[in-house]
Design a protein around this ligand. Structure first.
Ligand SMILES: Cc1cc2nc3c(=O)[nH]c(=O)nc-3n(C[C@H](O)[C@H](O)[C@H](O)COP(=O)(O)O)c2cc1C
Length: 323
């Protein structure tokens, strides 16, 4: 069991471990990545960043690439449809300090796929490969995050995987659900196992990692080289330290108590307010805070109160009252 926490090389980057924080739009901002890294994630992807917006030089977009505290390697995820635009955005991200570039070829949201990006790029394998080539010209390791296909009738992970490796991808993040599945049903870990056997680059497994044990199980069952935790880390950054402990020592710690969760939630709230200001934080932080209280007996009432609160002091009072 202790063999699963291992270093991994992605292109020229040597990472001292293989448990990563997955990109999550609207979630993996600078503060959340900092928390994940503090707790033991080895790499934390930015949320997906529009290549077009980056080229337009939008200030908000640029700030999404600010390095988090403790972020040894900044992994920037880009989305777009035009290989040329993605190539130009890759250069800008590199100039902004990125150490690794990831291409989103899996986002299922219609607003994104409707423009040929995300999962729509994933099904157009030639364009996808061209995009990897263009991004590679920036000189950083390029990774690609793909799904298993568009729907059950159009499973193309193998073709897409081979094509991006041929185009120079240094690793592949694989979320083995189809676009049609969205985030429902189960991820197909057998496809992840097959990909790990088929391709010569590190495969980073994603899908249904909701506990340290599930991460161990993914390593055992699929042989993937690394994992990225997504929803399982929302309001639960301690999952990284517990997972590392399990993978390195075999010890499964008892899950954090509600008081411990609240302590981290208050820290998260303060750090976000400092980073983004009170107004934005009051609006954006609630999805994180309800994650911290998920599953408690008293969660329904507190969740309602948190969702109704409109300023930081009220949110803080609610988090204090519960402890
Ligand atoms: C709210 C949310 C936002 C996401 N945003 C992104 C994104 O920006 N880029 C990306 O590649 N994947 C994104 N994902 C997918 C996750 O990285 C991950 O692959 C997926 O959630 C499967 O893992 P899970 O079942 O453990 O949650 C997102 C998922 C969620 C739930």
């Amino acid at each position: 069991m202790t063999g699963y926490f291992r270093s991994v090389d992605i292109g020229n980057l040597h990472l001292e471990g293989n448990v990563f924080a997955a990109p999550m739009s609207g979630y993996t901002d600078r503060v959340t990545r900092g928390l994940a890294l503090f707790e033991g994630a080895v790499l934390a992807y930015t949320e997906m960043i529009s290549a077009e917006a980056l080229i337009r030089n939008s200030g908000r977009t640029l700030s999404m690439m600010n390095r988090a505290d403790g972020e040894a390697f900044l992994a920037v995820q880009l989305f777009g449809s035009s290989p040329e635009t993605l190539g130009r955005a890759a250069v800008l991200a590199t100039q902004s300090g990125a150490d690794l570039l990831d291409l989103n070829a899996g986002c299922p949201v219609s607003k994104v796929t409707g423009k040929g990006a995300g999962a729509a790029l994933g099904r157009e394998v030639e364009r996808l490969a061209l995009a990897v080539e263009e991004m590679g010209k920036a000189g950083l390791p390029v990774t690609v995050k793909i799904r298993s296909g568009w729907d059950e009738g159009k499973i193309n992970w193998s073709e897409a995987g081979h094509a991006v490796v041929e185009a120079g991808a240094a690793a592949i993040g694989f979320h083995p659900r189809t676009r049609r599945q969205g985030y429902g049903g189960r991820a197909d870990w057998t496809a992840l196992k097959k990909m790990s056997l088929e391709l010569p680059v590190p495969i980073i497994g994603s899908g249904d990692l909701d506990s340290p044990l599930s991460v161990l199980r993914m390593f055992e069952e699929t042989g993937c080289r690394a994992v990225m935790i997504a929803r399982g880390a929302i309001g639960n950054p301690g999952i990284y330290s517990q997972t590392r402990k399990l993978l390195t020592t075999g010890i499964l710690e008892t899950p954090p108590t509600p008081e411990e969760h609240l302590r981290v939630a208050r820290f998260h709230l303060n750090a976000a307010a400092e980073e983004f200001g009170d107004e934005i934080t009051a609006r954006e932080i609630k999805k994180h805070l309800v994650g911290y209280i998920k599953g408690w007996p008293s969660a329904a009432e507190l969740r309602r109160e948190l969702m109704m609160a409109s300023d930081i002091p009220t949110l803080m009072t609610l988090l204090n009252e519960e402890s």
